[in-house]
Design a protein around this ligand. Sequence first.
Ligand code: HEC
Ligand code: HEC
Length: 189
Amino acid sequence: MNRTLIAALALSSLIFPAFAETIQERAAPCLACHGERGTSGTENTPSLGGQQAPYALIQLFMFREKLRAFEPMNEMAKSLTDDDLRLFSDFIATLPKPVPPSDAADAARMARGEALARQNRCNTCHNTDYSGKENVPRIANQREDYLAKTLAEYKDNSRHGYDATMADVMQTVARDQIGDLAHYLAHHR
Ligand code: HEC
Ligand code: HEC
């Protein structure tokens, strides 16, 4: 064996533990915020369970490139390679779907939210059961506070999507309708 090879082997055994870490281990800090079993218990922090892998991949890429601005996520994503992004987004999609909130839904708000979703054809893109598809996210049983926050941000253009789709959609949704839409989607069954 030549010296370079021996040195390379010695080095690889030193750095091997970092690479040997499983995705479950690497995702532990993520899930401390996002919820271990796919359902987030943290204010304004999205549940990731059952999220569409292509959507998650694009969002992680956007956080890394600071195209989507949110300081803690920009920080978490900044040193991830393209392969890492794919590994995390594939893993996210395998987490159990978020469980619906335990508090009872308000019937009047549910009715208003459903009518708004129908009127604005939210389910043409997000799927009939709001489970999403490909680059369109799952929004069924997402946290109500996060849904309301992020819809308001699309509306005032402080959240930039991968394209302008949601900014366009939100032009026809009034500010005071966002709460009912979020309530309906969070409690969707
Ligand atoms: C300190 C808490 C925290 C940590 C740690 C964290 N996140 Fe996040 N993450 C958030 C918050 C809050 C948001 C929503 C940001 C916003 O409002 O735009 C978010 C957004 C996301 C999104 C977009 C979800 C969506 O529905 O648009 C993905 C994907 C994601 N995080 C994955 C990860 C991964 C993978 C890790 C670990 C490498 C991680 N997060 C670590 C708090 C955290
Ligand atoms: C023409 C297709 C289309 C329609 C119609 C549409 N959406 Fe979306 N929606 C998207 C796409 C694509 C994204 C991802 C955009 C991005 O990159 O940020 C998205 C993102 C979202 C998100 C962010 C989810 C997350 O996890 O951060 C929410 C919430 C949402 N849409 C709700 C709605 C609601 C409510 C309606 C109806 C009022 C609606 N959408 C109508 C295509 C659509």
